[in-house]
Design a protein around this ligand. Structure first.
Ligand code: AP5
Length: 215
């Protein structure tokens, strides 16, 4: 089972992808996470990507296609993957088609999380993650059970993303509308696009995604 989760920043792609990893043993392929790891490691890709990401723009197709292709070659991707944040442009959608057919892989579903963009700034500016295990939280929608202690690993260190401020989020949304939403028709003709109400609570979004995957 290979999926694309599509939706604007804060739609819940990462939240639902990490749940599918835990519950189904799938692999989450987040180009945002890959780029943030490259930035943290100071690699040439990270150095090229940092300023673009901080400004809310899109990193070049060439860089992103390269890191995704390498990641798809790792054996764990054969167990079923969730693409989170990729593809984001027409060029990336075409590159993905070529990569998958070259590697003998196929897409089963493209699931669009449909959200009210006005609510997303609030979701994103309230987001934080455990610095040790990466578990995601939110100031209002998902707090740790014990204040200041990660539910999963017990760490008391948390972090917030550099691009999770209101101005950058608005730029990321503009990029989504201009360059990413237009790729949906690329998949419509194949009959693999489904839509889920991303404004529902997290459990209801999860149930709707499970119903698509299990159909
Ligand atoms: P990326 O890391 O992909 O960020 P994004 O697409 O902006 O998406 P987010 O991670 O912000 O949101 P999400 O949908 O995963 O929401 P989440 O589940 O965390 O990309 C970052 C940057 O990297 C880009 O701007 C670009 O520069 C670069 N980049 C990455 N990929 C690229 C590519 N392919 N090409 C070019 N550049 C690329 O949820 C958000 C919050 O809401 C959380 O706190 C969560 O707890 C909460 N929440 C989730 N669901 C719900 C719900 N149903 N109800 C209430 N709260 C909820």
């Amino acid at each position: 089972m290979n999926l694309i989760l599509l939706g604007p920043p804060g739609a819940g792609k990462g939240t639902q992808a990490s749940r599918l990893v835990k519950e189904r043993g799938m692999v989450q392929l987040s180009t945002g996470d890959m780029l943030r790891a490259a930035v943290a490691a100071g690699t040439p890709v990270g150095l090229a990507a940092k300023a673009v990401m901080d400004a809310g723009g899109l990193v070049s197709d060439e860089i992103v296609n390269g890191i995704l292709s390498e990641r798809l070659d790792q054996p764990d991707a054969r167990a079923g993957f969730i693409l989170d944040g990729y593809p984001r442009t027409d060029v990336q959608a075409d590159a993905l088609d070529a990569m998958l057919s070259g590697k003998g892989l196929a897409l089963d579903h493209v699931i669009e999380l449909v959200v009210d963009e006005d609510a997303l700034v609030d979701r994103i500016t309230g987001r934080f993650t455990c610095a040790k295990c990466g578990e995601g939280y939110h100031d209002r929608y998902k707090l740790p059970a014990v204040a200041g202690v990660c539910d999963v690993c017990g760490s008391s260190e948390f972090k917030r993303r550099a691009d999770d401020n209101a101005d950058t989020v608005r730029q990321r949304m503009l990029e989504y509308r201009a360059k990413t939403a237009p790729i949906i028709p690329h998949y419509e003709g194949r009959g693999i696009v489904s839509r889920v109400d991303g404004m529902a609570n997290m459990d209801d979004v999860a149930a709707a995604i499970d119903a698509i995957v299990d159909a």
